[in-house]
Ligand binder design. Structure first.
Ligand SMILES: CC(=O)N[C@H]1[C@@H](OP(=O)(O)OP(=O)(O)OC[C@H]2O[C@@H](n3ccc(=O)[nH]c3=O)[C@H](O)[C@@H]2O)O[C@H](CO)[C@@H](O)[C@@H]1O[C@H](C)C(=O)N[C@@H](C)C(=O)N[C@H](CCC(=O)O)C(=O)O
Ligand SMILES: Nc1ncnc2c1ncn2[C@@H]1O[C@H](COP(=O)(O)OP(=O)(O)OP(=O)(O)O)[C@@H](O)[C@H]1O
Ligand SMILES: N[C@H](CCC[C@H](N)C(=O)O)C(=O)O
Ligand SMILES: [Mg+2]
Length: 495
């Protein structure tokens, strides 16, 4: 594609240099540049991409997108905001792939991965070639790709969406994180449906306050578009959890048609008669398209919310409620979400991805509901992330568990001992006696000791890492899987 064609997408951009420069591809990382690439200089959080432009040119970049002109011998497209430019140019370069698929996005503090899995299952059972993008993986057309985060950068996203289109994908369901919204990673992506799960504390290191965090999520609904467009395929839908205090805000900022779900009488999709066992969760659901009873193989009241969100998104697609029910009832669960580790032992071991105060409270409440013995909780908090959630999670663990093992969960570049101490603050505030909690920096040792002390009918909950297969200490990532370590510990248990 010619540089002038790309430039034409940005009315205020100034093109310095040869307009007919042929750009073979777009790139934001100098280390990945191939001859013929257009290199986009992003001012990052740690380094400034403009500093790497020279390296990019040496590697064969034929033109640059910049926020300030550089003294380099290649054409440059001067823009106000290169992140925004990247999103716009990537959408254009890859021929607006999101407009060729039915895009369903899910945002919220907790439940995004779970909800996207449920929607993917319903859509594909109904015969739609469906792609999925989120925390655990990206998958479509029978292929899976690992993910380094939840929502890809705009350039990677548009490239992947284009590949989905090329391989015949009709529907794409993806997680949209608040970081992604704040950084414009989904700018240029046209969604048909935006789903909101819930808003509780997380990421205050990045968003500073709950208001800012809510505003970041609000961008998704504000940018969604017209819910009442003449052409049916252009109509936009906002699926909102009516039981969440932030619901009114999201409803107020969107021009899309709103469909609510919740336990209250006024929700468009309403669940009632909920019964939870250690094997699953049953509920009755009333919707604008009929009523039915559903038995999930997934445990926890919060999964009723995730299921309702998926039901609403699927009803928008015109999928009959009975088909939705059939799909939901066959979902075995999501990798690392309330996942039982079963080596035939006399006590339960559950691995879960709860890494926020609300997530931990939800999963502990659920566990407590069916635990016949004690609840033993092993958890930690990520380093270089929201510090203020640590004592809150300590309090919650103390409140709902009989024994707490405080340990490491990706300490990253922070001192692991200090992270544990931040968590301990919450246990101290909750006046937990010293014999009811143990602080062990080494996660493997913590899991081994928790399982060693388990008696028949106890439940050991190992929270925070779920599907993760690594532990990040400093900047080194080493193999670590809670499920494998738990199995090891069960097999080696002395009693
Ligand atoms: C805070 C944040 O979101 N940071 C993201 C951001 O990094 P950054 O701004 O620090 O980038 P940088 O390292 O300063 O680099 C700036 C530019 O210089 C370029 N560069 C850099 C070095 C070099 O040699 N050559 C070069 O060209 C880089 O390619 C980049 O274009 O851009 C990077 C490249 O796309 C991302 O990998 C990185 O995510 C980091 C790793 C991250 O941890 N992000 C988390 C917080 C995140 O986004 N999480 C959410 C999930 C949250 C949830 O689940 O709720 C997510 O959606 O993943
Ligand atoms: N609807 C919900 N409400 C509250 N907690 C939930 C909900 N769904 C799941 N959880 C809890 O949160 C954890 C994470 O769930 P899930 O991975 O689906 O969320 P996510 O929003 O994708 O998280 P992330 O932001 O890390 O990608 C689960 O392991 C469970 O403990
Ligand atoms: N998406 C979340 C994942 C947290 C998982 C936990 N294991 C950690 O590393 O803190 C985040 O980036 O905050
Ligand atoms: Mg997720």
């Amino acid at each position: 594609m010619l540089l002038k064609q790309l430039a034409s997408k940005l009315i205020t951009a100034r093109l310095n240099g040869e307009p007919n420069t042929e750009c073979l591809n777009l790139q934001t990382d100098s280390r990945q540049v191939q001859p013929g690439d257009l290199f986009i200089c992003l001012p990052g959080h740690t380094v400034d991409g403009h500093e790497y432009a020279e390296k990019a040119v040496q590697a064969g970049a034929v033109a640059l997108v910049v926020e300030r002109l550089l003294d380099l011998p290649v054409p440059q497209l001067l823009v106000r905001d290169s992140r925004v430019a990247m999103a716009v140019l990537a959408d254009f370069f890859f021929d607006s792939p999101s407009q060729k698929m039915n895009m369903i996005g899910v945002t919220g503090t907790n439940g995004k991965t779970t909800t996207t899995y449920l929607i993917e299952k319903i859509m594909s059972d109904y015969g739609q070639n469906t792609g999925l993008i989120g925390t655990i993986q990206m998958r479509y057309d029978g292929r899976t790709y690992p993910m380094s985060g939840t929502t890809p950068e705009a350039l990677d996203l548009q490239r992947s969406l284009n590949d989905m289109v090329q391989s015949g994908t009709q529907c794409c369901v993806m997680e949209v994180s608040s970081h992604a919204l704040e950084q414009g990673r989904v700018k240029g992506t046209e969604f048909r449906t935006a789903v909101f799960t819930n808003l509780t504390q997380d990421h205050l290191d990045y968003h500073h306050s709950m208001e800012e965090y809510r505003a970041a999520k609000g961008l998704f609904f504000a940018r969604l578009g017209n819910g009442y467009a003449e052409e049916a395929s252009k109509r936009k839908f906002a699926v909102i959890n009516a039981d969440d205090p932030a619901a009114a805000y999201f409803i107020s900022v969107t021009a899309a048609e709103v469909i609510t779900y919740g336990m209250g009488d006024n929700a468009d999709v309403r669940a009632s008669q909920i019964s939870i066992t250690s094997q699953g969760t049953a509920f009755h659901v009333d919707t604008f398209a009929g009523s039915t009873d559903i038995s999930l193989r997934m445990v926890g009241k919060f999964n009723v919310y995730n299921a309702m969100a998926a039901i609403a998104a699927a009803l928008i697609e015109g999928i009959p409620l009975e088909e939705i029910k059939r799909s939901l009832e066959t979902v075995p669960g999501v990798d690392g979400r309330v996942e039982a580790v079963d080596e035939g032992q006399s006590f339960a071991v559950i691995v879960d991805y709860a890494h926020t105060p609300d997530g931990l409270e939800n999963v502990l409440r659920t566990v407590k509901e069916f635990a016949e013995g004690r609840v033993i909780c092993v958890f930690g908090c990520g380093g270089d992330r929201d510090r203020t959630k640590r004592p809150l999670m300590g309090k919650i663990a103390a409140k709902y568990s009989d024994i707490v093992f405080v340990t490491s969960d990706n300490p990253r570049t922070e001192d692991p001992d200090l992270i544990l101490k931040d968590i301990e603050q919450g246990l101290i505030e909750e006046s937990v006696p010293a014999d009811r909690y143990v602080m062990i920096v080494d996660r493997r040792q913590a899991i081994h000791e928790a399982i060693e002390m388990a008696s028949p009918a106890d439940v050991v909950l190992i929270a925070g890492k779920g599907h993760e297969t690594y532990q990040i200490i400093g900047t080194t990532k080493t193999d670590f899987d809670d499920r494998i370590v738990a199995k090891e510990a069960i097999r080696g248990k002395s009693n």
